[in-house]
Write a protein that binds this ligand. Sequence first.
Ligand code: AMP
Length: 364
Amino acid sequence: MRFFNTYPPHIVHKVQYTSRYNRLTAIATLGSHCALQVLKGAKDEGLKTILVCEKKREKLYRRFSFIDELILVDSFSAILEQKYQSILEQNNAVLIPHGTLIAQMSSEQIESIKIPIFGNKWILRWESDRIMKEKLMREAKLPIPKSVKDAKDIDNLVIVKRQGAAGGKGYFLAANKEDYNKKREHLISQGVIGKDETLYIQEYVAGVLAYLQYFYSPLNEELEFFGADQRHESDIEGIARIQSEYQLKSTKVPSFNVIGNSPIVLRESLLDEVYAMGDNFVEAAKKLVSPGMNGPFCIEGVYDENAKFTSFEFSARIVAGTNIYMDGSPYYSLLFNEPMSMGKRIAREIKNAEKINQLDKITT
Ligand code: AMP
């Protein structure tokens, strides 16, 4: 493992040291998910940017001049090592957590990180654990689909999910216990899911998918609605594009693996409820997991034919769906008179907190 910048001078990557960097915080994140947006936003705000980068992705990330420094690692878990944490500490770095951190590290590992993490690192456990997740969603009064405790109780179409931020990979639909067992065994035999893996079974809700993206600022105690997106998932979308006669012949278990995102703008009459759900979520988080839901988060669900929203999931940190609004979202253009991405909003919050000496309020 090598570290660029502090050690071999010949591999320093576009670091522009100015006196500002000595006093300002640096922004660090893992090289995946929404790293480009986060670091571009930080750079636009005049902050130093650091990417923890797997060696195999070095070539990709070197294409972007707004990344000041790359810390090259074999795997992301290296940031748990004292050596790397010290380097980040020396840089006054705040780590921006995203889906890759959650997917690749346990809650214990994330909680053990010593450098400041933007938002609330304790709430990430509530995102990863299905039981805790359901508890927080209930507290937030979000309408959630029924969960099914045992496969023998499946009497309607259900979606079977894995724990953590699996990105929909290995999820499957089942109509009854036999169907569940058949598909589960098939996926185990293919190595997609583990034999001892605890799966979460939830009623399938049909409708228009919408992933609602928010930002809560504990500095001004305000909730902002940033935007909404939809996910394109393979190969459930692929199966929908072929005629039913071929669908019926297919023996494949279609997965919900996220490939990309596209924007959706909601009917304006839905916005009031969108804000209410966000407010309730912030309130519930304050109550259950101190210091609450600070920073970006997402409530994910489905609108039915009566425009009733059912939420099947939340993310307690920035979601990759915000990548579609790197130059600002429609809703943020109503709140800011400048292009404002979620990455830039995070950096702005850090700068604001720093100005009033309240970094502790926005990090854990
Ligand atoms: P999740 O990891 O919970 O975000 O789920 C991944 C994908 O599965 C979502 O983007 C949806 O397409 C689908 N999905 C999850 N839960 C449900 C549900 N209860 N009803 C319908 N679709 C769902």
